[in-house]
Design a protein around this ligand. Structure first.
Ligand SMILES: [Zn+2]
Ligand SMILES: [Zn+2]
Length: 129
């Protein structure tokens, strides 16, 4: 039985983070539980991210999401909180992050490496790697 192909049921925790500037949705973080461990799904302006959570961290991540503790989520994995500026301690939506793609070049092969962004106060960070 391919449990990793099974459809996800309802999330055990979910939090919508609003933009500090305009109150629009900056990101949605959900946690699903499967027998083999947790799965975080993060929906935001950069992309939809799926991230496996080790079983021993699952309860901790659930509490962070239920509490809306975006700083803790950022520290757990910065891409889960891709919409969060740790220097402002605030979340921003896609209209308020200035973002750009970073390309790496090696021996003539160029690939998309990461997305970097700048918050409304000019703090730069990597949004997604
Ligand atoms: Zn900032
Ligand atoms: Zn905004």
């Amino acid at each position: 039985m391919h449990t990793d192909q099974a459809p996800l049921s309802a999330p055990v925790a979910e939090h919508r983070f609003a933009c500090a500037k305009c109150d629009q949705e900056a990101g949605l973080v959900q946690l699903f539980e499967r027998p083999e461990g947790g799965v975080i799904i993060r929906l935001s302006f950069t992309s939809r991210l799926t991230l496996g959570v080790p079983q021993d961290a699952s309860a901790r991540v659930r509490d962070m999401i239920l509490a809306g503790d975006v700083q803790a989520l950022y520290e757990f994995d910065l891409e889960v909180a891709s919409f969060y500026c740790p220097r402002c301690h605030a979340c921003y939506c896609g209209n308020h992050w200035v973002r750009w793609d970073v390309f790496e070049d090696d021996a003539g092969i160029t690939w998309h490496d990461s997305i970097r962004g700048c918050c409304p106060l000019g703090h730069e960070r990597m949004l997604e790697d």
